[in-house]
Design a protein around this ligand. Structure first.
Ligand code: 13P
Ligand code: SF4
Length: 304
């Protein structure tokens, strides 16, 4: 089927099934184009909890659909590609985290939302790339155990006094970007600013003019007077950046900034998922209640 016919069919089925179509900022352009809402991982899960629709079609990766199922257990949550996982989320297991907690019984566990529900359930509080430093500052902790992203962990640690222990996980997509990639882009575009996601390595972040979450990047791009911006995150973000800022130029810092998992979901997958109402993502009640506590504690932290 042609792209516009597929898109029209999906919208028709969404209306028939009372479904909300959510797309993460890294999804394919043609999916972002028809999504009811595009956003970062947590914002989308909160939209899932807020909506009065019965069905959530989550175009993203597994942990995001799980977060929606944790926050909106009464709704049907569909992940059109069940094999769309997040390698970083899979770098830590609940069992592994329990072991590390046993070695550091006095530490407070701060877990990035890019993690499984089972890992969140073992955590004291969650954080996202946009509120991680605020969350860490809000805690009266002796020691912090930062899970699973070592890069986000080290970024947090730079802003606080509390001793930190890091889980050695990382996002393969962001971790691939090198200092040389950024230096090359800066040399080719000396008048550009460089914005980077905190999942990048500390050496890359040293070169950044602005460090923020994907949603923060839309805001920065809108507000800055710079006309050229080098982008240090997954290439899917370019769709909205270019659409919302037609007079500005966006340069991807490295061709390697493609998350294969975020690119798995196609329009055909979304259509099939709405037709079959599969694959559904659920979280057992036992895990859900504990994971929700960690998410709720994060949501109670005041924003800047
Ligand atoms: P945010 O959209 O929350 O910034 O996360 C980036 C990411 O890598 C999601 O997989
Ligand atoms: Fe996971 Fe990185 Fe892909 Fe996000 S971009 S889904 S953190 S692998």
């Amino acid at each position: 089927m042609e792209i516009d016919k597929l898109q029209a069919e999906i919208k028709k089925l969404c209306a028939e099934k009372n479904a909300l179509l959510l797309a993460h900022n890294y999804q394919r352009d043609e999916i972002q184009e028809i999504a009811d809402i595009t956003g970062d991982s947590l914002a989308l899960s909160m939209e899932a909890a807020r909506t009065d629709k019965d069905v959530i079609v989550f175009c993203g990766v597994h942990f995001m659909a799980e977060s929606a199922a944790i926050l909106a257990p009464e709704k049907t949550v569909l992940l059109p590609r069940e094999d769309a996982g997040c390698p970083m989320a899979d770098m830590v297991t609940a069992e592994g985290l329990r072991q590390l907690k046993a070695e550091h019984p006095r530490a407070t566990v701060v877990t990035y939302v890019n993690s499984t529900a089972a890992v969140k359930a073992e955590s004291d509080i969650c954080c996202t790339s946009s509120n991680a430093v605020n969350v860490a500052k809000s805690l009266d902790a002796e020691e912090l155990l930062l899970v699973p992203d070592r890069n986000l962990g080290r970024y947090i640690a730079k802003h606080i006094e509390t001793p930190c222990i890091y889980w050695e996980g990382y996002c393969p997509t962001h971790d691939r970007m090198t200092v040389d990639d950024v230096r090359r882009a800066k040399q080719e575009h000396p008048d550009a600013l460089f914005m980077a996601h905190p999942e990048c390595t500390p050496e890359v972040l040293e070169l950044a003019d602005h460090i923020c979450s994907t949603s923060g990047m839309y805001e920065f791009a809108r507000q800055t007077s710079a006309e050229k911006i080098i982008v240090g995150t997954e290439m899917g973000i370019l769709y909205r950046l270019r659409k919302e800022n037609p007079d500005k130029e966006f340069i991807l810092a490295s061709k390697a900034l493609v998350c294969p998992n975020m690119k798995l979901t196609t329009l055909e997958d979304v259509l099939r998922s709405l037709q079959t109402m599969e694959p559904r993502i659920t979280v057992s009640n036992e895990v859900r209640v504990r994971a929700k506590q960690a998410l709720d504690r994060m949501l109670a932290v005041p924003r800047d």
